[in-house]
Design a protein around this ligand. Structure first.
Ligand SMILES: *Cc1c(COP(=O)(O)O)cnc(C)c1O
Length: 392
């Protein structure tokens, strides 16, 4: 029973992330490892920063990929901007808003919750009422694209409200970035984190973050040191900051950064706006197939994320059995519902490289075959052609 090399199966990843990694990105990650202070490497770091600024639509100097997954980017935003005793308004309409609350409390802050139903967007009116009732609040935090439900909130309006009441904004754009517009400077977002493995077509493990000048001022004026040494932006910037004198902070994940670099180069080749259009187009094709089968979506049309489709189950279907058959028979991964939505929805991701016509047709064909075989209450044999008509 010797343990030998691990060869993962080749899957099509259409869940809530990770999504399919583009072969160009995988190839880039296999290139030779060099020193993280090698001039050849630091030149590439400059490119990564420029490409991230392009992707985030920002000129923020403080823009970098955290050497850890999206959750670490989340943590970096909270530990730097929240001091003990600070009041933070957290909008929650799914799983990830709950994690924001955890972050605030672990920083010694006080979280004031604005709750919306899972599957709905954050209600700006409720946020405004809460801001009025809490004039001492310092930060507003919300999730732009709730991956647990497939709902998108109006980041522009929520950020404007935060500013109107003298708060900074912390925005989770893990699933939105590169799938739908995220306009950091235009919307005035103060701190934002994302992830490499959703719509960026890259492997998991890196978290792009950006901080506005206003956020940097707030951090500089802190009364207490940031309690996390690893995530203290003022220390990390000694390594990621501009200029020639980079000092050792931690060993950057060299090969992972080659991957992010390639993913961002590809995104710029395609064009950010074109990537948004592609995500919408593939969502509409999937929608045509899903609706032709007689199934429907959890989220109302205007709040739907094109990159994360929450589909309500047909009656009487064992949803886990369906996902297991898709995985075993079709090497296809889709996601289950979380929390209150467990057993009620499937989450079909069309993120990044995985957002393409081939995947839409493959997923609909496989779902149609499995559900038909299980004698589920759907209209059989029409999903693929409906999607093809929608593609045109
Ligand atoms: C995936 C995700 C995260 C967490 O990212 P990890 O890379 O898994 O740590 C946070 N927020 C949202 C909205 C996500 O979809």
């Amino acid at each position: 029973m010797a343990i030998s090399s691990f060869n993962p199966p080749v899957r099509t990843l259409m869940g809530p992330g990770p999504s399919d990694v583009h072969p160009r990105v995988s190839a880039a990650m296999a290139r030779p490892t060099i020193g993280h202070l090698d001039p050849a490497f630091t030149g590439m770091m400059e490119d990564v920063k420029t490409l991230l600024q392009y992707t985030l639509r920002t000129s923020n100097e403080m823009t970098l990929p955290v050497s850890a997954p999206g959750s670490a980017g989340m943590e970096m935003c909270f530990v730097n901007l929240v001091e003990p005793g600070d009041k933070v308004i957290v909008c929650q309409n799914g799983v990830f808003g709950g994690r924001m609350k955890e972050n605030v409390e672990r920083c010694g802050g006080v979280a004031v919750m604005v709750e919306d139903a899972w599957g709905e967007a954050v209600d700006p009116n409720k946020l405004e009422e809460t801001l009025k009732a809490n004039p001492d609040a310092r930060v507003v935090a919300f999730v732009h694209a709730e991956t647990s439900t497939g709902a998108q909130s109006d980041a522009k309006t929520l950020t404007a409200l935060a500013h109107q009441y003298d708060c900074l904004s912390i925005v989770d754009a893990v699933t939105s970035l590169a799938g739908t517009p995220v306009l950091v400077d235009e919307w005035g977002i103060d701190a934002l984190y994302s992830g490499s493995q959703k719509c960026l077509s890259c492997a998991p493990g890196l978290s792009p973050v950006t901080f506005s000048d206003r956020a940097v001022e707030r951090i500089t004026a802190r009364k207490s040191p940031v309690q996390s040494w690893f995530l203290d932006v003022s220390l990390v910037m000694g390594y990621w900051g501009n200029g020639t004198k980079r000092s050792y902070h931690h060993t950057a994940p060299v090969n992972a950064l080659y991957g992010l670099h390639e993913a961002l180069v590809m995104l710029r080749e395609e064009g950010l706006e074109q990537a948004w259009v592609r995500h919408t187009k593939n969502h509409l094709a999937l929608r045509a197939g899903i609706e032709a089968m007689g199934l429907s979506f959890l989220v109302k049309e205007e709040d739907r994320l094109p990159q994360l489709n929450a589909v309500l189950l047909p009656d009487g279907v064992d949803e886990a059995a369906v996902r297991q058959r898709l995985l075993n028979e079709y090497d296809l991964e889709i996601g289950a519902g979380l929390g209150v939505l467990a057993g009620k929805i499937w989450r079909i991701g069309l993120m990044g490289y995985a957002s393409n016509t081939k995947n839409v047709l493959y997923c609909l064909g496989a779902l149609d075959a499995v559900l038909s075989d299980m004698q589920a209450a759907i209209t059989q044999g029409v999903a693929v052609s409906a999607a093809q008509s929608a593609v045109g």
